[in-house]
Write a protein that binds this ligand. Structure first.
Ligand code: KG4
Ligand code: ZN
Length: 341
């Protein structure tokens, strides 16, 4: 399939700087149109590891230290940017405010347009960095530490929520499972690595809400806790990790397949941090091949949090004429973004 007709014209024609500080990655990028020219990420993982999770106040302070050097690095790679895009929702408000303040200062001092970006729109539009981007409309499975959703991308900026989690996100279940198994934080990648030598059928774990257009992972977290309590030191970490990964992959792919069939979708994109998971990528590739549906998965560095995807979404918003005022606010929670007016 070729590049969808005219899609390039829907992105901003000049290079922009993008900033992302919504959670525990400080990131900057330079994006031109839908193309990523440079992307920089400073992870706070090492710092949060000792607490077993993200501590919001510590995250905000770490963004403060990491952000200016990363902005300097991005601007060194492309000194002449024409706009600034920044994540302003949803996320940890203290963390978001750090990026927002830097973005406003830079936009003001250089007299550049500013645009606020919804973090999920960043994930949703991340596959548009691919040489051959997904067609419009398409279906998207968004799986991260905070979100598990099936979204119909009717058009750029026009999203319909088809299914969401009733409780925890898929990434949260993996992170919690990893903590229980002593694999540390963040858990998704550690679970994937431990699972590589494990038996996914060894331990029975639940697949919640089978056949329903909604996700739930709270029961899986509790089942993992019970399993670890019951097995004690005799537990096989590899088998438990493989069983947990299989439960998450089964739930995600079964519901994605059901949505493809319900919607008659011809293309699926897989985005968000959990989309870095190899077992999930392989399973969805098989399912999509069987259904004759095209699968679009960004490279791993565009799946986990980054500013390149924020630049792509910002580039689309700027091309649509959207501009933010200097009183642009940060929001902890936010609905899916709406089409530009
Ligand atoms: O999108 P993301 O970086 O941040 C949020 O917006 O939440 O997603 C983070 C989530 C974490 O739960 C992390 O454990 C998970 O993505 N993750 C993975 C892998 N790499 C990151 N999960 C499974 N397998 C991976 N390889
Ligand atoms: Zn994210």
């Amino acid at each position: 399939m070729g590049t969808p007709q005219g899609v390039d014209a829907r992105f901003f024609a000049e290079p922009i700087l993008a900033i992302e500080t919504s959670c525990d990655e400080t990131a900057t990028a330079i994006v031109h149109g839908r193309r990523v020219l440079a992307s920089f990420v400073a992870s706070q993982v090492e710092m949060h590891r000792k607490w077993g999770g993200v501590v919001p106040e510590a995250a905000a302070r770490a963004h403060l230290e990491a952000l200016l050097p990363l902005i300097a690095e991005a601007l060194a790679s492309c000194p002449q940017v024409s706009a600034v895009a920044v994540t302003n929702r949803p996320g940890l408000v203290g963390a978001l405010s750090t990026g927002l303040t830097a973005a406003k200062a830079l936009a003001w001092s250089r007299k550049l347009p500013l645009v606020g970006v919804h973090h999920l729109e960043g994930h949703l539009l991340s596959p548009f960095a691919l040489d051959a981007p997904p067609p419009l409309p398409h279906l998207s499975l968004v799986v991260s530490g905070g979100h598990t959703e099936l979204v119909l991308v009717r058009d750029l900026g026009d999203y319909a929520l088809l299914a969401e989690t009733l409780d925890d996100a898929a990434g949260e279940a993996l992170d919690k499972g990893a903590r229980l198994l002593g694999l540390g934080y963040p858990g998704g990648r550690a679970i994937q690595e431990a699972a590589a030598s494990g038996d996914p059928r060894r331990y029975k774990l639940p697949r919640a809400l089978r056949g329903e257009p909604a996700f739930s992972f709270a029961g899986l977290k509790t089942a993992m806790l019970r399993l670890v309590e019951k097995e004690g030191s005799s537990i096989s970490v590899a088998d438990a990790a493989a069983s947990l990964q299989a439960a998450v992959v089964d739930s995600l792919s079964e519901k994605a397949v059901a949505a493809i069939e319900r919607e008659g979708a011809r293309a699926l994109s897989l985005v968000g941090g959990v989309a870095a998971n190899l077992a999930l990528r392989e399973r969805l590739a098989r399912e999509c091949a069987r259904l004759g549906v095209e699968l679009f998965v960004p490279p791993v560095e565009l799946c986990t949090d980054n500013a390149a995807m924020i630049g792509i979404a910002g580039s689309f918003r700027l091309a649509s004429g959207q501009r933010a005022a200097y009183d642009l606010d940060a929001f902890g929670a936010a609905e899916l973004p709406r089409p530009p007016r």
